[in-house]
Design a protein around this ligand. Structure first.
Ligand SMILES: [Zn+2]
Ligand SMILES: [Zn+2]
Length: 391
């Protein structure tokens, strides 16, 4: 049983009701998978996220055994009936801290936890439950928040992998007042209006209302002498720099998850994750097609006809590319293993597309030679438009 299942509503992901038949599950998935497929939405990370979520939902709901387990667990959870022992405490976090997982590979769907700030309440609640071996208590530790950041890499850095320092600014407890918001030496006092609860209850006829206390703005305490460094908020933005290893082969727009590199958890709870969105700048020579490296090789007409070997750059050193005699303009030659490194250590290919460069000016000797050549070409029987346009 995967702990993360509980944090997700697979039925909602597929837009079906929990009483949907297996057939309806299949149909809903097929339609969504078609619309969200990465091939149809290149570079759209939102669609990619959705595609993964939908695939995960399908994987669970289409398997009657797994679906039963999922339904059962959700029912238990809704009833607050979690017993001990059914689930492994602390699941997806321990052992991954400081580690690295990529957030894009479909193979990773069932990997580490992907809780984000957005699934707040339920995720936190479950995190707390599981970190305490299933025992529900009122003061559970809170997992640290996830942090989002961005970085821009050079084309070659992204292809080959690189270690980069990331500067991150995130809110943390003010060091001057230790988060109380009150000037050092003073302390906040309990709000007398709401007795520290932060809410005021009113009864109007048969109805009871609760609203935030106006005196303390819902905080339950009043600060007479605010801390000057945080102006009474108790929070400061703190900048930290961490060094992050970006694996080879990241693509522009890709989002990478670094487990355990987010904000620290309170009271010993696990830290959140760090998500890095990578931007990749263009290269003058190289382009990319998945794991293949592409480049356009300028050649002369004579080189294509007679054949030649040209030295071309790769990510590591140069390589001699053989252009066979009679190569057509625009043809792509493949050099195996000289493309972008992959995670399994193998590399993609280098795709070299030949493109004829036409001289704008020739000296007399070359012009004369070309004229003679044109005659000889005709005599040899070559007709560039043979069979073309009905001629
Ligand atoms: Zn302060
Ligand atoms: Zn109050």
């Amino acid at each position: 049983m995967n702990r993360e299942w509980l944090e997700k509503d697979f039925y909602k992901e597929l837009g079906i009701s929990s009483s949907a038949t297996q057939d309806e599950v299949k149909k809903a998935y097929r339609k969504l998978a078609r619309d969200l497929h990465p091939d149809k939405n290149p570079g759209d990370s939102k669609a990619e996220e959705r595609f993964k979520a939908v695939s995960e939902a399908q994987a669970v709901l289409s398997d009657p055994e797994k679906r039963k387990e999922y339904d059962e667990a959700r029912r238990l959870f809704a009833n607050g009936g979690f017993g001990r022992g059914g689930f492994s405490p602390g699941g997806g976090y321990a052992g991954q801290q400081g580690g690295f997982t990529n957030d894009f590979n479909l193979g990773d769907i069932f990997g580490g936890g992907q809780a984000t700030a957005a699934d707040g309440g339920l995720g936190d609640l479950l995190g707390g439950l599981f970190n305490r071996s299933g025992a529900r208590t009122s003061s559970r530790p809170r997992r640290g928040s996830d942090v989002e950041t961005e970085t821009t890499l050079g084309f070659r850095e992204a292809a080959q992998g690189v270690t980069v320092p990331l500067r991150m600014t995130s809110p943390a407890a003010c060091t001057t007042c230790h988060g109380s918001g009150a000037k050092p030496g003073t302390s906040p006092r309990v709000c007398p209006h709401c007795n520290g609860s932060g809410v005021i209850s009113r009864n109007q006829g048969a109805f009871g209302f609760s609203e935030p206390c106006e005196d303390c703005r819902g905080t339950g305490s009043i600060i007479d002498d605010p801390c000057v460094d945080c102006r009474g908020s108790g929070i400061q933005n703190r900048t930290r720099t961490i060094t992050v290893r970006i694996p080879p082969g990241v693509r522009d727009g890709q989002r990478i998850r670094l487990a355990g590199q987010g904000e620290a958890g309170l009271r010993g709870a696990p830290p959140g994750d760090l998500f890095v969105t990578v931007h990749v700048s263009q290269d003058k020579v190289f382009g990319r097609n998945g794991d293949d490296l592409t480049l356009v090789l300028p050649v002369s007409y004579a080189e294509l006809v007679l054949g030649t070997t040209v030295s071309v750059p790769t990510l590591e050193g140069r390589v001699g590319v053989k252009v066979p005699p009679g190569t057509a303009d625009g043809r792509t030659l493949r050099v195996r293993g000289r493309g972008v490194p992959k995670r399994d250590g193998v590399a993609g290919d280098l795709l070299v597309t030949v493109k004829v460069a036409i001289p704008q000016k020739l000296d007399d000797e070359a012009t004369e030679a070309l004229r003679r050549y044109a005659e000889a070409e005709k005599t040899s029987g070559f007709d560039p438009r043979a069979g073309w346009a009905g001629a």
